[in-house]
Design a protein around this ligand. Structure first.
Ligand code: SF4
Ligand code: SF4
Length: 286
């Protein structure tokens, strides 16, 4: 498929697929809002040297699979970012507890993305390409505190990661750079979720408009200030163990959902690239 046709298919699927809705209560009135605004799409070369870099323990680790390992004959990686809507972001800007809309977006929103990814895979396959979606592939695993990484001598007890990092794939595809909170700051900000597809069609990669991994981050520390777990510092970045403990507490309180996102809302990078100057109200929120 051509790049333009894939982008058109993604936007059509976004418009047509059910499940991208959350119920909002404004005072006493209830109304429906989208969980996500229309997605951003980026294309990367499956042979990009960064995928070899990611296998280094100092970056991610050897357990991170390359596009070729996911899909023999891989040529292109497509990264898709779903920005949380204004309603979802605004609901989570105050207090130290996650809003209902944020929890719903985190869990039901992720289920929507999984269905979206499966449908997109089918559509591209029907046009003749082989496709792998790592996040819904049976080989996908995520790791906490080094558990499940026994075969890797370099894995430490504070190792958190997975066999495929959506944020790192998005970085390759030109969608954005990392922030202090370890999220990826895109042109629609940091608050949102990703999926990606690895395909056998060769498509011209997008040019990355950055060279450093933190180019879009102000290092302002607003995410650290917002973090109810004290898991982020300017000096050391994010402590995944402290973050996980806080998320576990939200899981006990809000089961079957969990989430937090205070480092992604009410911060200058919430829905824009702060180093380029933001005009939206969220840029000055919180
Ligand atoms: S809040 Fe500030 S320091 Fe934290 S990721 Fe955003 S721009 Fe970077
Ligand atoms: S998700 Fe919450 S606990 Fe984890 S780093 Fe962000 S603000 Fe802190």
């Amino acid at each position: 498929m051509k790049k333009e046709d894939i982008i058109d298919s993604i936007l059509s699927l976004y418009n047509d697929l059910d499940g991208n809705t959350v119920e909002i209560t404004d005072d006493v009135y209830k109304r429906k809002s989208p969980i996500y605004d229309p997605p951003l799409v980026g294309f990367g070369d499956a042979h990009d040297g960064l995928f070899d870099e990611y296998k280094k323990t100092a970056v991610i680790g050897p357990w991170h699979m390359s596009p070729e390992e996911w899909l023999p004959g891989a040529e292109t990686v497509i990264s898709v970012f779903f920005p949380f809507s204004e309603d979802v972001r605004r609901s989570n800007r105050s207090g130290d507890q996650p809003s209902f809309e944020w929890l719903y977006g985190r869990i039901e929103g992720q289920a929507y993305i999984a269905v979206f990814s499966g449908k997109l895979k089918e559509l591209i396959e029907n046009n003749g390409a082989a496709v792998c979606v790592p996040s819904i592939d049976a080989r996908f695993r995520s790791f906490k505190r080094g558990e499940g990484l026994d075969g890797y001598s370099d894995a430490r007890p504070d190792t958190y990661g997975s066999r495929w990092s959506e944020r790192h794939a998005a970085y390759v595809c030109g969608l954005g750079t990392f922030g202090l909170s370890k999220g990826l700051i895109t042109s629609r900000g940091i608050a949102g979720r990703f999926t990606s597809l690895i395909i056998s069609d060769k498509i011209t990669p997008d040019k990355r408009p950055y060279s450093g991994i933190y180019d879009y981050c102000l290092m302002c520390g607003a995410c650290a200030k917002n973090c109810p777990a004290g898991a982020i510092t300017i000096e050391n970045g994010k402590d995944h163990i402290l973050c996980e403990k806080w998320l576990n507490r939200t899981a006990e309180k809000y089961a079957p959902r969990y989430g937090c996102g205070k480092c992604q809302t009410g911060v200058p990078c919430e829905n824009c690239i702060p180093v380029k100057g933001c005009t939206d109200s969220a840029s000055s929120a919180g």
